[in-house]
Design a protein around this ligand. Structure first.
Ligand SMILES: *Cc1c(COP(=O)(O)O)cnc(C)c1O
Length: 483
């Protein structure tokens, strides 16, 4: 694939026009001779039109939300409204410099301040920082807040953070990075935190508990009050992984449920772009007495004037990112929240939940749904165990076959506690017709497992790239093109 651009190469062809060089600078005066090129780089020589066609073709081979349904569980791949992009590209925003004087950036500070306030209001926390730039980064920052809290109280023994076995992989990783130890507890047969196992593991060394709600099985954890009583009884703190906030916006506030710290994934819940390693935003919210540990500066307001507040520098855990986080990402989330308003935000979650339940119900005869004692929230986890046992077809085969039907595959083999897991999250932005098309495709696939298993074991049949060896790619990473 990568070689096609070079096959278009034709000596002398070019895609640019530059004026003649009329600047009298000797290269050797700027770059030490040992570093300067002795011969021209071997670059493809192609016309502008060839380049355009090449990249457009590549882009069209890729799947994206604008092209088709993207039910990637836990990742919340909802549509990002284009007005956010248009406004974020406005020169009033993208010509700003973070070192500009406060007086000249009052509008930008107002936006950041309002976003902090809106996130605090939506989640029921006292203070929000916009500095962390990913969900995992928010987790790290939140855990550092926990650390600062325990340090301030002289709790040298509090080293353990408890997590359920359904936790997202970033949770234990952040725990270790922040200098704590992971204690894993079991989920019960309903897919919720096993309270007895929690009690058995909570002791004076417990620094805190991390929970995703709704959890990664797509289930609302109904026992948060009880859990928080247990954790708080040993002066542990309650951390909420808010990556699944899309399910409960405007319906419940984690800060009023017993959580002390929470991160938001603006690139999931609040429709800012994500994927491909692009910039994200993972602000955190905390209860009042933890605000003094947040990174500096905070954005504050005094007498109708916005300013950067460094006043708690002595107690702050320090900075976790340059300046104030990813301004342009935060700006997009701000526009999204303002456009939707209180009612709109609630409707997001209502529709996300209805969409997920609709698909789950329609598929329950065809795929095992291991946890269905309660309605699912914005996502659900199906399992391919029936197909595996009866026909030897794995969830990986099913996921590859879904690509042939024009959809992105759901998240597979996660959460780890469900064998052959398929985690399906439709989001609120999809029409009933799209949901029905996906349901039909999934039912067709279930039938193919029985009638034409070769279609599955040989899938994907019609994507530009077939099955790749993920393990090899990771072990022998080679991103250099050679010709
Ligand atoms: C996505 C996600 C995270 C991590 O967020 P990133 O922005 O990818 O770092 C953490 N927890 C859950 C439940 C998630 O879905």
């Amino acid at each position: 694939m990568a070689s096609t651009i070079f096959e278009k190469h034709s000596p002398g062809r070019k895609g640019y026009t530059l004026p003649d060089n009329d600047v009298d600078i000797k290269l050797e005066n700027c770059i030490p001779t040992e570093f300067s090129r002795k011969e021209d780089a071997r670059l493809p020589e192609v016309s502008e039109l060839d380049v355009m066609r090449h990249f457009l073709e590549l882009a069209q081979m890729n799947h994206c939300i604008e092209k088709g349904f993207y039910p990637l569980g836990s990742c919340t791949m909802k549509y990002n409204p284009k007005i956010n992009e248009t406004l974020a590209r406005n020169h009033s925003f993208n010509n700003l410099h973070p070192f500009q004087d406060e007086n000249s950036v009052q509008g930008a500070l107002e936006i950041l301040y309002d976003l902090q306030e809106a996130l605090a209001e939506i989640s029921g926390f006292a203070k929000v920082t916009l500095q962390p730039v990913a969900g995992a980064h928010g987790e790290f920052t939140g855990l550092k807040v926990m650390k600062a809290y325990h340090d301030s109280k002289g709790h040298a023994n509090k080293k353990k953070i408890i997590l359920p076995d359904s936790a997202h992989g970033t949770n234990p990783a952040s725990v270790v990075l922040a200098g704590f130890e992971v204690v894993e507890i079991k989920s019960n047969d309903k897919g919720l935190v096993d309270i007895d196992d929690l009690r058995a593991h909570v002791d004076e060394n417990t620094a805190g508990f991390m929970l995703t709600n709704p959890n990664t099985l797509g289930l609302f954890e109904t026992q948060v009050e009880e859990i928080s009583e247990i954790v708080h009884s040993v002066d542990g703190l309650m951390y909420m992984d808010g990556a699944n906030f899309n399910a409960i916006l405007g319906i419940v506030k984690p800060g009023e449920m017993g959580f002390d710290i929470m991160h938001y994934n603006l690139h999931k819940t609040f429709a800012t772009p994500h994927g491909g390693g692009g910039p994200g935003s993972g602000p955190i919210g905390v209860r009042t007495d933890l605000a003094k540990f947040l990174p500096t500066p905070m954005i504050d307001k005094y007498d109708e004037k916005y300013f950067l507040d460094y006043s708690h520098e002595e107690t702050s855990l320090g900075k976790v990112h340059s300046f104030f986080g990813n301004f342009a990402v935060n700006l997009r989330a701000y526009i999204y929240i303002k456009m939707l308003g209180t009612k709109g935000l609630r409707r997001i979650s209502e529709n996300a939940v209805i969409n997920a339940n609709y698909i789950q119900k329609k598929l329950e005869k065809y795929y095992d749904i291991p946890y269905k004692d309660q309605y699912c929230m914005h996502e659900f986890v199906a399992s391919g165990v029936w197909q595996k046992e009866k026909y030897g077809i794995s969830t990986l085969d099913i996921a590859k076959r879904i690509l042939d039907k024009g959809f992105h595959a759901p998240t597979i083999y996660f959460p780890l506690i469900v064998p052959e897991a398929m985690m399906i999250e439709p989001t609120e932005t999809e029409s009933m017709e799209t949901l029905d098309d996906f349901i039909t495709a999934m039912i067709d696939i279930a039938k193919e497992c029985e009638e034409h298993p070769e279609l599955l074991t040989g899938a994907p049949q019609n994507t530009p790239v077939k099955r790749v060896d993920d393990t090899l790619a990771v072990r022998q990473l080679n991103v250099k093109f050679e010709w």
